[in-house]
Design a protein around this ligand. Structure first.
Ligand code: H2U
Length: 361
């Protein structure tokens, strides 16, 4: 095309470009043609398939003894306990006043909890019943209530799969509450505040409305929720789960929204697992309006949302590395968000493990 005299027409799937991420005030380089390059790099181990339903030596199982000597109850639903190795503890001495702007320090206090989703170790969210996923959502809401009363930020997050640093196959998430607003929510707060001031509508409400009309990045949707590969996604199959209504926090969900959230989570996660027919690894987490002292402030610029960040790119064993250029210049992705959304959208909503089971019987 170069030198042909004709200016090529821009095609986002062919021509590299940069896209703006309005939630982080950053840009991502999109270079879809890089998917064609051969791969001779690291190949990951696929996730373990034969996990025992109950292992008395697994500290997350019902009736098992944890590292600190405590014995878990014989729980048959969700189960929450204080992390025995917490990154944040309620008390910490004051570090004193910094004597130089380059050496700033502040006290960090908080609470870290672990929440088991289910008594079985060989189950994951997409394979759980909608009613069981709803129990998880209700427990999340309780934790936001309880910890959000005191702490300005309560981060619920799930690391799934050893590729994402998860240390235990038992289905679980973590909850870290802190006396400070961490970097990511702090940035999201600033960006949403600025957008609201300029446009008079919460950014992610505006965004959900737009994506509901445009459809190209839609993965799944129902009456109350949408899941899209965001326009500015950096991870190959990253998604953003958004309510259609203006909702500040998880605790504001109605009974119907809890039910439809459980349903859309199951559909999304089934598609994720079906993509490479493995228990799809990811880190996910909820972002809602800050809590604690902020509960009394006007937080209307906020919109509740969940981020899913899966690391895989080409197959069950080939991941995206966020290394050289990403660390030193800016994030870059290899397939367009529209291509990723189309692939996810076209996948079956029947879990591959269920299909296999049906075939065997
Ligand atoms: P991850 O798999 O995401 O690392 O979560 C497991 C958490 O469980 C981890 O934070 C905690 C670890 O500290 N844990 C306990 O609190 N007690 C135990 O006996 C084992 C694991």
């Amino acid at each position: 095309m170069e030198g042909s005299g004709k200016t090529p027409v821009f095609d986002h799937a062919e021509h590299q470009h940069i896209r703006y991420n309005p939630l982080r005030d950053t840009w991502v380089l999109v270079s879809a043609h890089r998917m064609k390059r051969p791969w001779k790099g690291q190949v990951e181990k696929p996730p373990e398939e034969n996990i025992p339903r109950h292992d008395p030596l697994n500290p997350l199982c019902p009736g098992a003894t944890r590292v600190n000597g405590e014995v878990n109850p014989e729980y048959d639903n969700t189960f929450v306990f204080d992390n025995d190795f917490p990154a944040l503890q309620p008390d910490s001495p004051e570090p004193g006043v910094s004597d130089h702007p380059l050496f700033q320090v502040r006290a960090a206090t908080g609470v870290c909890k672990v929440m088991c989703f289910h008594p079985w170790s060989d189950i994951t969210l997409p394979l759980m019943q909608i009613s069981e996923i709803k129990n998880v959502i209700e427990k999340w809401m309780e934790l936001i209530w309880e910890l959000g009363e005191k702490y300005p930020w309560v981060q619920i997050f799930e690391n799934k799969g050893s590729m994402m640093g998860c240390s235990n196959p038992h289905p679980h998430c973590q909850v870290w509450a802190s006396n400070f607003l961490p970097n990511e929510p702090s940035l999201a707060d600033r960006c949403q505040r600025d957008y609201y001031k300029k446009n008079g509508i919460p950014m992610l409400l505006d965004y959900a409305n737009q994506e509901s009309q445009r459809k190209v990045r839609m993965v799944v949707e129902n009456e109350d929720w949408i899941v899209v590969v965001p326009y500015w996604a950096t991870w190959p199959f990253q998604t953003l789960l958004l309510p259609r209504r203006h909702v500040l926090r998880l605790i504001d969900l109605t009974g119907k929204e809890k039910e439809s959230l459980a349903s859309i989570m199951k559909r999304l996660l089934t598609k994720y697992d079906n993509l490479f027919e493995i228990a799809f690894p990811y880190s996910m987490g909820w972002h809602g309006a800050p809590t604690g002292i902020h509960l009394k402030e006007d937080m209307n610029h906020w919109q509740l949302h969940a981020h899913y960040y899966p690391p895989l790119l080409r197959s069950a064993t080939i991941r995206k590395f966020m290394v050289g250029y990403e660390m030193l210049a800016q994030e870059q992705r290899d397939l367009t968000p529209e291509q990723a959304a189309e692939r996810l959208r076209n996948l079956s909503e029947e879990h591959y493990a269920m299909k296999r089971q049906e075939k065997e019987t």
